[in-house]
Ligand binder design. Structure first.
Ligand SMILES: Cc1cc2nc3c(=O)[nH]c(=O)nc-3n(C[C@H](O)[C@H](O)[C@H](O)COP(=O)(O)O)c2cc1C
Length: 210
């Protein structure tokens, strides 16, 4: 296996002057640019949580909203990540956009989004996805694929009139960043990195060595 391929990062630059005083504006702009680029899953990010023993757990989720300066994603509150976050509402998030040589790292605290907001988002999902939320006890063991398919059929029969309410165990989390780091790949591994730390009076921006 040859694992020695090398990418030369030359798609852009990141200067302090390019960044808005509020880095949230930059995050929204980078997300919008990824969406406009037509890549698969442009809003996907890696979410890290900590379990009760302090071990980190990572997985990919989709960003569904950036309202009020928070990253909103939806999941099963009883899943591994849900239980981690309800016990310890601290999380890390990492976006990677290879088409643009860009990464954003975020650290912050998490809250549940209000039930009415989760209801509104759940109602906007296709019926099959809504049934899937009822059919799957996310992160729990299932004996077979057939059993999982049977759980989906049961959910379908239960809601045969097509009205599928949001399960109480499913909803949104909102991650409010305390720290954000923007990374733009550059030639010769001299990448641009800008770290943004939230303070009482706004954000403090500093350049980091790559
Ligand atoms: C591209 C992609 C997008 C995903 N989006 C979500 C999502 O928005 N919400 C979610 O609960 N799981 C999502 N998943 C599945 C998670 O990565 C993960 O397998 C699942 O949530 C269970 O994680 P947990 O056991 O750590 O709670 C996505 C996976 C991929 C690869």
């Amino acid at each position: 296996m040859d694992l020695h391929s090398r990418t030369d990062y030359d798609k852009g630059t990141l200067n302090m002057a390019d960044l808005d005083d509020n880095p949230w504006t930059t995050l929204e702009s980078w997300v919008q640019q990824a969406v406009a680029a037509g890549i698969q899953d442009p809003t996907a990010f890696h979410l890290t949580t900590l379990d009760r023993d302090g071990f980190p757990h990572g997985r990919v989720v989709l960003l569904r909203d950036t309202r009020q300066g928070e990253l909103v994603f939806y999941t099963n509150y009883e899943s591994e990540k849900g239980q981690d976050l309800l016990a310890n509402p601290k999380a890390g998030a990492t976006f990677f956009w290879p088409h643009a040589d860009r990464q954003i790292r975020i650290r912050g605290t998490v809250t549940k989004v209000p039930a009415a907001e989760s209801d509104a988002y759940f109602g906007s999902r296709p019926v099959a996805s809504r049934l899937g939320a009822w059919a799957s006890d996310q992160s729990r063991v299932v004996a077979s694929r057939e059993d999982l398919d049977a759980q989906f059929q049961q959910a379908k029969s239960k809601f045969s009139d097509g009205v599928v309410p949001r399960p109480r165990h499913w909803g949104g989390f909102a991650l409010r960043p305390a720290l954000m780091e923007f990374w733009q790949g550059r030639p010769s591994r001299l990448h641009d990195r800008v770290k943004c730390v939230r303070t009482e009076n706004g954000w403090n921006l500093t350049r980091l060595q790559p």
